[in-house]
Design a protein around this ligand. Sequence first.
Ligand code: ADP
Length: 161
Amino acid sequence: MSIAVYPGSFDPVTKGHLNIIARAAKSFDRLIVCVMVNSDKHPMFTLEERVEMLRRVTAGMDNVEVDYSDILLAEYARSRGAHVIVKGLRVISDFEREFQMAIINHKLNPELDTMFLTAEHQFMYLSSSIVKEMGRYQADLEDFLPEEIIPDFLARIHNTN
Ligand code: ADP
């Protein structure tokens, strides 16, 4: 069985993430979307909220599972029997960091390879942080966030303003 892991912060999940999930799910028997606990960041949504929103927006995708992890990605992949990490590549600025991470992960776990999917043009400049910024200025969010989570996002923005 081919198993891949798609890791990220997903704070919150955007349409760009969802596009990568849907495309990657077609190429593997099982895709594990994994919310990585990153102690450097101050997330808008808790780990549990991010996992729950991801589960909600991927509910119709039979071979997609949502999980979280606070261990090294290479170790997590090994523990789940995954041989591929899926990453989305947006602008050129993503490339250097992703290239470095792919090499390190392969060194830590030689069974593991990273595969990149290029962002679709309409999501090329979309990131969770841009969405958070736009949300503060009442921008229309439909092009950026899955419909199901827009109420959660608006509630959080209004509570923190
Ligand atoms: P963000 O940068 O939006 O906070 P994450 O850290 O959650 O995103 O990113 C998880 C993965 O999803 C990374 O591989 C990232 O390159 C990819 N990704 C994020 N946004 C997009 C997008 N709009 N299109 C394609 N891939 C994306």
